[in-house]
Ligand binder design. Structure first.
Ligand code: 5GP
Ligand code: ZN
Length: 117
């Protein structure tokens, strides 16, 4: 069923607490935690607790939950006192997605180039 936890999913395990993470915020439907391999002074991942394989699927199948994830990216940026930051949803392996549970990267604390690599 859509959104059900997947046994082989790293981020479902972080939601369940069976793999540790440095959690910075949690709501009924989302978790935000520090990326294990930060690409900026602040690099936090915001995920829905429910499993959707990517942002496109999340947006199509659970738009309110997608909005909750987006709202949390703002809350994380506020808590980290970021006035400029980047929100990234890598979608598909060609775009760099490696974990198949939708997640927003919140990156900040340094200057950024455009376009990204
Ligand atoms: P993607 O490449 O799918 O857009 O992003 C996956 C992110 O998850 C990467 O930035 C990677 O560093 C992060 N990541 C992978 N494994 C773990 C982990 O076990 N814990 C945490 N906190 N982040 C992880
Ligand atoms: Zn998952």
């Amino acid at each position: 069923m859509a959104g059900e936890p997947q046994d082989d999913c790293l981020f479902c395990k972080i939601v369940a607490g069976t793999i540790p993470a440095t959690v910075v915020r949690e709501t009924d439907t989302t978790v935000a935690f520090r990326d294990i391999n930060p690409q900026a002074p602040t690099h936090i991942l915001v995920i829905p607790k429910a499993h959707y394989k990517d942002a496109a699927t999340l947006g199509a199948q659970a738009p309110q939950l997608a909005a909750a994830v987006l709202a949390e990216t703002q809350a994380v940026a506020d808590e980290e006192k970021l006035d400029s930051y980047r929100v990234v949803f890598n979608t598909g392996s060609g775009a760099g997605q490696t974990v198949w549970h939708a997640h927003a990267h919140v990156l900040g604390g340094r200057g950024m180039q455009w376009p990204p690599g």
